[in-house]
Write a protein that binds this ligand. Structure first.
Ligand SMILES: [Zn+2]
Ligand SMILES: [Zn+2]
Length: 325
């Protein structure tokens, strides 16, 4: 499978895998007979509301709110929170799931890839195959019918509601992950992706209790390091799908609605330069102008400097194409 930059032909990223996404006009009779909680999308497909993920997300948000109550405030818990944001958000989701596994923007040792995938599983955004397949589907169908999370189906849909519904009947992200399916370790991670978070919670509780002054400190470390961190990193990732396809400026005239959004870039470790990314999907750098701060690219360059990364895909810099923000 060849990954190519394709600003001019986004639908051709995985031509053989995505030909089954068909646009169908919805009929008025069908929309009247929809079951409770279902939703009809632009392409005519109906998806079902899923209570399980909704309940999980509600509980996580309530626990995140509990974390910021004064009784659970500890500076040590804040430090744990920041460290866990960095390890799971910057190294896990952004560096590993997105730039390494989805787009192969650089190459590294297998043991580094497996370690980073472990960190990514701690984000509770699903296993590597599902995450990568869904994101490749997004690139193949960006903002067209068949995109799993386009704001053209509604801002809230692109932010979170798409996760709270079943997939379209003809949507098969796994078909876009044949490269990863050859690796038994990735298959293992994809089967048990939710386990490391429980292990991390146990470890943080024990360490907080032992190192920070008792049982309440243990709870504080879990609330900050697991619950609040997971929720904030959720929204950082989700804003790339919603805000960075809605608000911001464009350097490149891509066929989708992608935007460069500075505050999304700040909270998602460089992912908010999303129009640049849609234009040059394999580029390890998403920030392409001097003010487009992309700490994940710096991380990749540092890894290259110390010998942990190679075949780093450089951005093409067609300065003439860059428009003023
Ligand atoms: Zn996008
Ligand atoms: Zn991407």
């Amino acid at each position: 499978m060849t990954l190519i930059d394709n600003a001019d032909a986004p639908g051709k990223l995985f031509p053989s895998d995505t030909g089954n996404i068909n646009a169908v006009e919805p009929s008025p009779q069908a929309s009247n007979s929809r079951p409770f909680g279902s939703r009809r999308l632009r392409d005519g497909h109906t998806v079902q509301f899923q209570w399980f993920y909704t309940i999980v997300f509600v509980i996580l948000h309530l626990l995140a709110a509990l974390a910021i109550m004064p009784v659970f405030f500890r500076w040590s818990a804040v430090a744990v929170f920041l460290a866990m944001c960095w390890v799971t958000g910057a190294w896990g989701v952004t560096l590993c799931y997105h730039r390494l596994l989805t787009h192969r923007s650089f190459a590294t040792y297998k043991w580094v890839e497996y370690l980073l995938t472990f960190f990514a599983c701690l984000s509770w955004q699903g296993g590597p195959l599902k995450w990568v397949g869904t994101h490749r589907l997004h690139h193949a169908q960006s903002d067209m019918p068949g995109d799993p999370h386009s704001p053209r189906d509604g801002f809230c849909w692109s932010h979170v509601f798409w996760i709270l519904h079943s997939s379209r009947p003809n949507e098969d992200p796994m078909a876009l992950t044949k490269d990863l399916q050859k690796d038994p370790v990735m298959l293992f991670y994809d089967r048990f992706w939710y386990v490391p978070q429980f292990v991390a919670a146990g470890v943080l509780f024990a360490l907080g209790w032992l190192l920070a002054g008792g049982m309440m400190a243990g709870f504080a470390w879990v609330l900050w390091g697991i619950c609040l961190r997971t929720v904030l990193m959720y929204h950082a990732t989700w804003f790339v799908n919603s805000a960075a396809h809605t608000w911001g400026y464009r350097n490149f005239d891509t066929r989708d609605d992608s935007r460069n959004n500075w505050w999304v870039a700040l909270m998602s470790f460089g992912e908010g330069w999303h129009n640049n990314h849609h234009a040059q999907q394999r580029s390890a750098a998403h920030g392409m102008r001097w003010f487009e701060f992309d700490i994940t690219y710096w991380t990749i360059l540092l890894m290259q400097f110390i010998g942990l990364a190679w075949k780093v895909v450089s951005p093409k810099r067609p300065e003439a194409k860059l428009a003023a923000p």
